[in-house]
Ligand binder design. Structure first.
Ligand SMILES: Cc1cc2nc3c(=O)[nH]c(=O)nc-3n(C[C@H](O)[C@H](O)[C@H](O)COP(=O)(O)OP(=O)(O)OC[C@H]3O[C@@H](n4cnc5c(N)ncnc54)[C@H](O)[C@@H]3O)c2cc1C
Length: 360
């Protein structure tokens, strides 16, 4: 059966923080925007999951808001009870909590009220409130991005396997850069793209990350505010450990443990349960009792593209001027939520300008 073909003004690939803010900036003035994400929900690496009776953030753990644009959004999200301040800094090792006591940088660290997906869910609800102008579709995997005449041709595979093609005047890719490059390569239009832009994107690499979630039978022994952020030179395989109950999102004690980039890279292809055992051993000092009985449930997640190790200096990269195709996300403005937001906002503003007032 031939693929269904539809038309919009702009396709945004990815409904993480960068994609959602891009859509917010492009939508308006009669422009129709379609946001596509392959996952079941929005948020991307701002991810929360249920493990038994516990709720665990297993991607981003908190965010800061040091830039004016993001500051305003976070203030509004706090006002509407989607986001709340967690603390002003973290213990840097297991013995002292100087940052938590206010001796650190003192910047507020925020979390979603029920988990880190709350901020992207709140942003997506705001987009839905704008009527038919912006559609956010999850469970929609983009398989290729091509240029056909003067339009962008985006191929999609839905959850039911049905193929669909969307044609658009412009497109923004917010997937991690290697995945964005795969989509452009699959489209077969590389010869129509800016060669130097593609070369720059090819320099972007990411560290993977093993995330282990451990539901405990009693409170953890973590210092205030319930998390430790290990410095880059700390020995051992752990970069972060947090108690989701102390954080305020889980009814029962449950740890999220993140391995360092170096450890995750070295062990990425090993059986996840064996890697998890090493990480459980490393956080044993903060588990009250023998982990063999104190850990009542566990879950392991492997992030293949967790944190960019190369940050490009521009807020986004334009891979095609006509039709406009931009790449943005946390590899452009800093490897964190706030950076992804700034990058998406800049790309969205640029595309809105390029598209002018609607009219497919
Ligand atoms: C383990 C971990 C811990 C972190 N800790 C922190 C932290 O404490 N503080 C902080 O500020 N940041 C943290 N980060 C980084 C932060 O999560 C990211 O910088 C930010 O969420 C990136 O947002 P984004 O929109 O650029 O990308 P993403 O959130 O990755 O969004 C990209 C979206 O594209 C979608 N996608 C990809 N390919 C396709 C396709 N073919 N078709 C359709 N959709 C597709 C994905 O499903 C995804 O939803 C952490 C990240 C990880 C993984």
């Amino acid at each position: 059966m031939p693929a269904k073909i539809s038309t919009v003004d702009c396709v945004v690939i990815g409904a993480g923080i960068a994609g959602l803010v891009t859509a917010a900036r492009v939508g308006g003035h009669g422009r129709r925007v379609l946001v596509l994400d392959k996952s079941r929900g929005v948020g991307g690496r701002m991810a929360t999951r249920r493990v038994g009776e516990a709720v665990c953030d297993h991607g981003a753990q908190f965010f800061t808001q040091r830039t004016p644009g993001f500051h305003g959004v976070v203030e509004q999200a706090v006002h509407e009870s989607a986001v709340v301040e967690w603390c002003r800094g973290f213990a840097r090792d297991g013995s002292i909590a100087v940052d938590a006591a206010g001796a650190g940088d003192g910047h507020p660290r925020y979390r979603g009220v029920r988990g880190m997906t709350d901020l992207p869910k709140w942003l997506a609800a705001g987009l839905a409130g704008r009527g038919t102008e912006i559609e956010v579709r999850t469970g929609a995997k983009v398989t290729a991005v091509a240029i056909a005449a003067d339009r962008v041709r985006v191929s999609i595979e839905g959850q039911d396997g049905a193929a669909e093609v969307v044609e658009a005047a412009g497109c923004v890719l917010t997937a991690p850069v290697p995945q964005a490059l795969d989509l452009l390569t699959a489209g077969g239009s590389l010869d129509r793209l800016e060669a130097h832009a593609i070369e720059r994107l090819r320099t972007v690499d990411y560290d993977p990350c093993f995330a282990v979630m451990l539901v405990l039978d009693r409170p953890s022994l973590l210092p205030e505010p319930g998390a430790i952020q290990f410095g880059g030179d700390a020995p051992g395989p752990v970069a972060w450990v947090a108690d989701n109950q102390r954080k305020g999102i889980s009814a029962v004690p449950a740890l999220t443990v993140h391995a360092t980039g170096a450890f995750s890279r070295e062990h990425f292809d090993e059986p996840p349960e064996e890697v998890a055992a090493v990480l459980v051993d490393a956080v044993r000092p903060w588990i009250d009792g023998d982990p063999r009985t104190a850990v009542v449930e566990r879950s392991v997640h492997r992030w293949k593209f967790a944190t960019p190790t190369t940050i490009l200096p521009d807020l986004f990269v334009s891979v095609s001027l006509s039709p406009p195709i931009l790449c943005c996300g946390d590899a452009f403005a800093g490897p964190r939520v706030e950076g992804a937001f700034s990058s998406g906002a800049a790309a969205g503003t640029m595309l809105a300008d390029r598209l002018g007032g609607g009219g497919r």
